[in-house]
Write a protein that binds this ligand. Sequence first.
Ligand code: NOJ
Length: 803
Amino acid sequence: MKYGYFDQASREYVIDKPDTPAPWANYLGSPAYGAIISNNAGGYSFVKSGAAGRIIRYRFNEQDRPGRYIYLRDEETGDYWSASWQPVGKPLDQYKSVCRHGTGYTRIEADYKDIHSQVSYYVPHSTPEGAGADHEVWKVKITNNGKTPRKISCFGYAEFTCESFYEQDQVNLQYTQFITRTYFKDKFILQTINENCLNAVNESRVETRIFALAGAKVASFCGDRANFLGKYRDYGNPVSVEKGRLDGTLNYNMNPCGALHTAFELAPGKSAEFVFLLGQKRESQGNELAARYEDTTLPDREIAELKTYWHKKLDNLKVTTPNDNFNNMINTWNAYQCFITFVWSRAASLIYCGHRNGYGYRDTVQDIQGIIHLDPEMALDKIRFMISAQVNHGGALPLVKYTHNPGHENKPEDESYRRETGSPSYRADDTLWLFPTVWKYIAETGNSALLEEVIPYADFGEDTLFNHLKKAIGFSLNNLGIHGLPAGLHADWNDCLRLGAKGVSVFVALQLYYAFEIMIRLAKHKKDTATAKEMAELKERFGKIIEERCWDKDRFVRGITENDVTVGKGGDPEASIWLNPQSWAVISGFADEKRGKAVLDLVFKELNTRYGARLMSPSYRKHAFDGALALLFNPSTKENGGIFLQSQGWLILAEAFLGRGARALEYYLESCPAAQNDIADTRLMEPYAYSQFTESTDSPFEGRSHVHWLTGTASTVMVGCVEGILGLRPDIDGLCLAPSVPSDWKSFTMEKVFRGSKLNIKVNNPDGRECGCRKLTVNGTVMEGNYIPASILKPANEIIFDM
Ligand code: NOJ
């Protein structure tokens, strides 16, 4: 079943059947003010932190409620409905709804009994005070499409949390309900929290929020949820909407809300326009805000500004290949999701309720990779930030707090860090993700001066970025386990692998091998021959150990436990083949072409399914080693043999590196959300966003996907496509072009902004090859091989690549 389609020209996903199999969400806002909204207006908002700055409620794992609700009522008949299909849920044969999720805004339109409503939800990109607004806007337009005049009432409803800490608001009712109250202030409901602390020493405890109406008159109001909804009622049938009037009750020791009512008469063909506003604002700011939006055309300009902001970023790479789903994802939706994961990490979605109150180290360093080709400067800020979260001994803070204070942080060795973050120890892989990320940034921009930039450590001291990288290598070398391989520590990329104190991770060994290679390149560029030599020796030394210890007949194994039990041997009754060591053997450059092809053929045979390759197989049931926490999950789920989609990205990259474009695209399409638009009832998740994993063959629900939006899948698949399939592989001095495509891609184009130059690349593949370069022409000059030195680029460049 299909619930919507892509409007590629406007970069919107259009949901025209609102009873989607799950809430299909979009993200609004910036780190200053975040908001998540579903196609039925469910969702929540928060200031800075989903965990500590929650301002409106959402009940997770329930029925996508509550949300940013707009109710409409026909004053003559008493019939009422909502401007999003839910919460009232009128029969779909009488009620039509179209939701457009766009870049930073969502517009929901509805038609019911000749009344057309259009509500645009967004957080402005900038305000008169500067970038990153901290309020949200619900712009409403109601039109009478009928032939007779209509009297309409409209009610806006926002359910405030009692206090900003999400968990406290949900569970500590004996406390939180008694610190807040609401007031009516002519244009808005004002909610105060801890208002008695105003003028006291602890004034910082006071918080105030407003829910305002601009561009129309408030006819009635309510600040108390119980009175808005009525006894034994729900959001679908609030008594006050049914009655057509809010009773003016304000909250004192119960649940607060903002509910505002406006009423108007509409002649045929006429519209009413007004704006609801929500934010964490003082009373005076509420007045200013409401006054600003008396101009109800302001939202149109603000939405246009949002589109320009996003579309300009996304325009930095535009591909036109024969595969429309591929184009659509790379040009818009995968790219947009990369920015969303970059900004929100794993903090807030309809699954993550904000408890991870900071940036997971590995996740964030990986997320950076997804935007480097589109906005390297934005990436650079985060690279600096993450480098400053490296501990002086080379490891990384597993969770970097939003309040991160470089040079002064406590760390996993400290009880206070463990208490505050819940992260007890170091991960084996965290800082190893810096190598591909820093490399990609320097290669994209040519900004190798970054290597000399001095950046603090998280706990104390500072060093150049290059020396930070050396320390990261040092951390792995100081944490070796049995056989001289890198210890798996608390876990490596796989959260579920506890290999024991001296147990070792093959994935980390391959990452380290790759890190040596990147260090060699960087050191050579710096003319630091001593480091280049040292890294080359280490690479050789570890290469030998990997060869001796990490290979079993026809596959790379996954790890060795501290009891010297090898995990992932052929013939093991369970978990006998693991995806990541095979793909990373290729990505890291450890496996040569022949061996790379052989292990990836084995992957195809043993792990591939119609929805992607499984993380390992067979799933654990009876033969898991102590420390294989994946056993806790149902078979074919998450790390227990599910299709962990981030790993699919590495597999795409590895196949593309081997020049097997058809296989790379096959893997791509198996798990491409847009390609699954027509099987939404199987997949469940948004067809425009990746999820973390898909249930695989052991599951009765094969193909069902989970954990939407905030996942490393986004950046990893993006890299697999841009660097892998499209073959855009920059290095410090220029750009290597190495497309790896299916043979039926007879031609395609790429428009890319590279170091300020525009590249118009046309790839011709008349003979149906999967890789290789016969001729590369730049502005009429034939290049040697498939490499374009950055020095020859003009502001605009015509590039022809003949395969
Ligand atoms: C999700 C975590 O956010 C990520 O860091 C981890 O690598 C994957 N799970 C795999 O375990």
